[in-house]
Each structure stands twice: as structure tokens, then as C-alpha cells.
Design a protein around this ligand. Structure first.
Ligand SMILES: NC(=O)c1ccc[n+]([C@@H]2O[C@H](COP(=O)([O-])OP(=O)(O)OC[C@H]3O[C@@H](n4cnc5c(N)ncnc54)[C@H](OP(=O)(O)O)[C@@H]3O)[C@@H](O)[C@H]2O)c1
Length: 243
């Protein structure tokens, strides 16, 4: 790995928004550590695209909902190499009306989106504190800010991430670690493939859905800007869906 470059760790970087963030940070000159769950083909393809941009890419495959697995994969390596930026992007949705929501649907979303945050931070935070530097960006959602029918589980997890990131910002700001949240609206990815887009579009003042690069450019700014006084903030990337 070229060692003169900074290192960005993207949690959930194989597809969609995470992939766009990984590519954008590679363009900004970062080497990339990229984690994913089980889509090996997508991860390999993203790795190839990052390498074509001249950055090194290391893949890590594990379930962020599993604390032991997270620690086993990232724990040892971060004793010696500590990422400059950490983007907590991985997340899932299991939509259903609350009245019909199965316990498994609730548990799956909370354990991936929210327990995953604990698992990742618990492994990464101490090494970052030791270095006394770093940028952390957490990907939440408009659903976590204003609530969304059919997404009580998902909205709870994404609102939880906002609270967690704000509290973390208060804990680690003095150690030169910046923590911010990026909160996308409806972005065109596999996750939003099946949404009733004709019903949602009239609610978006900009009159279009978001693109993965709309989110990636904001994350890139938060990870790279030198004149930085943004900390503990939630930055919406939603075309005006939530004003
Ligand atoms: N798309 C939107 O409109 C939208 C709006 C607001 C917020 N968001 C948030 O933005 C983030 C990315 O969304 P997206 O649409 O790009 O999602 P996506 O296309 O489904 O990609 C999800 C990424 O997270 C990884 N992942 C999922 N579950 C995981 C687990 N248990 N352990 C490890 N990695 C896991 C996936 O790995 P594999 O490829 O291996 O499955 C993949 O890299 C999510 O947190 C989502 O909630 C999305």
C-alpha cells in the first residue's frame, strides 16, 4: 500500500452510497479500507475501480451486527494502522407497518444499524484517540429526523445514530476528532429500488431524487476540508424533503 496517502475506512462500501464515498475519497488521494457483508462480487468490482484511481484498497468481509466478528477483523490491524477517516455507512431497511412488524424485522435493523455503530466505534475509537486525530462521518437518514410511516424500526435506528454521534462529538472533540452526521433523503440505490417513487417525487422541492455522488461529495468535504469548524452537526442531503 502506498504509505504517503491518508487512509479512509468505509463501513459498507461495496455498493450504493458507500461505494460512491469510497471512490470520491480515493479521488481525493486516500487509500481505502472497505468493509462489506456478503456481496463479494460488488466488493471486488469496487476495489478494482478504486485501484484504477491509483489508490490501494483492502477488503474486509464481516457482519457489523456481530461484535466478536468486528473485533476479530478490525481489532488487531488497528493496533498498528489507524484510519484518518471513518465513515459509518452500512445499514439495512426491513420496512413494515408497526402493527405488522415482526420481531425479526425490528431486531435485524436495530442490530445492524445501531449495534453496528457500537461494534465499530468500540474497536476504532481507542486507536483514533491514541492518534489524537480523525474525522468520523455517520450516515443517518431523513427518516431518522422526521419519521417515516412503515419504517418505525429504521427511523428509530437512524434517529439513534444522530443522538449517538452528537454525544460522541461532545466526548472526543477535544482530542481533535471531528464527528458529524450526513442524513440523506431518497437516493437512487438498490435500497430505494422498490419505493413508490411517483408518490414521493412531488414531496421533494428540488424535483428529483438524490444521486450517490450528491452524498459522497458532502462526506468528502467533511473528511478533507482543512478549515474545519463543523462538529456534531447533522447535514441533510435531501433536495429539501425535510426543511
Ligand atoms: N439509499 C437511500 O435513499 C438512503 C437514504 C437515507 C439513508 N441511507 C443510508 O445510507 C447507507 C447506504 O445506503 P445504500 O442505499 O447505499 O445501501 P445499499 O446499496 O444496500 O448498501 C449497503 C452497504 O452496507 C453493507 N452492509 C449491509 N448490512 C451489513 C452488515 N450487516 N454488515 C456489514 N456490512 C453491511 C452492504 O454490504 P454487502 O454489499 O455485502 O451487502 C453494502 O456495502 C445506509 O445506512 C442507509 O440506511 C440510504
Amino acid at each position: 500500500m502506498p504509505t504517503n496517502k491518508k487512509l479512509a475506512l468505509i463501513i459498507g462500501g461495496s455498493r450504493g452510497i458507500g461505494k460512491a464515498i469510497a471512490l470520491r475519497l480515493a479521488k481525493s488521494g486516500f487509500n481505502i479500507w472497505l468493509t462489506y457483508h456478503n456481496n463479494h462480487a460488488a466488493a471486488q468490482e469496487t476495489k478494482k475501480e478504486i485501484e484504477l484511481l491509483g489508490s490501494a484498497c483492502t477488503l474486509f468481509c464481516f457482519d457489523i451486527a456481530n461484535y466478536e466478528a468486528t473485533k476479530a477483523v478490525l481489532g488487531k490491524i488497528t493496533d498498528t494502522i489507524v484510519p484518518d477517516c471513518l465513515v459509518f455507512n452500512a445499514g439495512i431497511a426491513r420496512d413494515n407497518l408497526m402493527v405488522w412488524m415482526a420481531k425479526e424485522e425490528w431486531d435485524a435493523v436495530i442490530s445492524t444499524n445501531l449495534d453496528g455503530f457500537y461494534n465499530i466505534m468500540h474497536v476504532l475509537l481507542f486507536p483514533m484517540l491514541r492518534e489524537k486525530r480523525g474525522r468520523i462521518v455517520v450516515i443517518s437518514s431523513t427518516s431518522g429526523q422526521i419519521g417515516q410511516a412503515g419504517q418505525v424500526n429504521y427511523s428509530a435506528s437512524k434517529a439513534g445514530l444522530i443522538g449517538a454521534a452528537r454525544a460522541l462529538a461532545r466526548e472526543v472533540g477535544k482530542k481533535n476528532i471531528y464527528v458529524n452526521v450526513v442524513s440523506p433523503g431518497v437516493i437512487e440505490t438498490e435500497m430505494t429500488d422498490k419505493l413508490p417513487k411517483d408518490k414521493i417525487l412531488p414531496l421533494i422541492p428540488l424535483g428529483r431524487f438524490g444521486k450517490v455522488d450528491d452524498v459522497a461529495s458532502v462526506v468528502n468535504f467533511l473528511c478533507t476540508e482543512e478549515n474545519m469548524y463543523i462538529h456534531g452537526q447533522v447535514i441533510g442531503v435531501n433536495g429539501g424533503l425535510a426543511i
